[in-house]
Ligand binder design. Sequence first.
Ligand SMILES: Cc1ncc(COP(=O)(O)O)c(C=O)c1O
Length: 401
Amino acid sequence: MTGIEPRPVPRALVGSVIDASTALLAEQSHDVVRFAMGAPGEDLIPVADLDAAFARAGTGRYDYGETEGDTKLRREILRLTEEQGRRTSDERILVTTGGMQGLDLAFKLSVDAGDLVIVEAPTYTNGNATALSYGAEVIAAPVDADGMIVEMLPELVERAGRPPAAIYTIPNFQNPSGVTLSRARRELLLELAERWGAVIIDDDPYGQLRFSGEDVPGLGDIAPDHPLVFQVRTFSKTVAPGLRTGWIDVEPRLRALAVNAKQAMDTCTSVPVQRAVADYLESGAQRAHLERLRPIYRERKEAMQAALARHLGDRVEFTDPDGGFFLWATLRGEYAGIDTEQMFAEAVRRGVAYIPGPAFTVDGSMRDAFRLCFATSSPARIEEGVSRLAGTLEAQLEPAR
Ligand SMILES: Cc1ncc(COP(=O)(O)O)c(C=O)c1O
């Protein structure tokens, strides 16, 4: 057909620089150290246990499943939540196709086209993209070492001239900055959300991966059964991302609506995968797995910080997370003017991948910053990758010299 255009799409569908990096890196035939995707290394995925669980997955596994989620998996999610000292109940849980579907449901249920949504600056690219896909007007609140600067929200809201429909936060070991929202700010966030009737989308894939410091109570622990707290959870970081299995934990009336919405999306999450995840969790292997992961991630974070300090000195500043997968680095001194987005292709050519700062902003700012995932690579690979990164940065200055 010629001369016929596809119909214009009525909402902003901006895609994800992070997810696109998976395909981009798969095309590379040379060795690239992967600091880009937020994924556990293959060595940190319980492959043998999962393979055994898939082999055990039982009869009926190729049938349609309940939209709410496989009964045994829901039971295991309840058990895990209780083990962490948190309260929940079966009528609050809906199994989702990864954390992303949880985010999609959260924005679908709380945002109409034109509504105001507050995100963090920087924020998780895909959360922002999901808000935009429902026609939200997104504004950003900066983060500091204690997470989102919640004290600034009233001023932002006043400037916007209307209250937000939703506030999107990643409270623990934030993606991309690695910082954690303090208890005082969690309490203030709840207070403000109540004042505005705004949904708090509490996206916490990394909370179980604390390797230093003290736990901070979750929003759902400070305010149990709160109808405005929409908790999005996933097994992607604590078991394996390819399972595409997560859940939401929300007030039962919201859960009923989320079930309806999911029925209009994908009917149910993959049954064989849910069965295998349930079997794997039932075997009890997950507790030992998490205990194994925490010191390894700590070692990897420290290896990355040491390599950054050694290779880049005071030309880079970076955060110091107590858990999770990410460091946020900002260029300083003679490197401060370097554009990390423009530098990206050269970095990949030299064998190292990261995610440029602007991918995490609503306005394309933070061009002198980037996110590094320390979770995927061994300390030796981290050293190699940071050395390649230092070489790439140095080469950016050459034309100016
Ligand atoms: C903050 C945050 N939310 C949600 C997700 C998506 O999780 P999933 O891969 O389970 O869809 C991620 C994955 O990187 C994430 O970092």
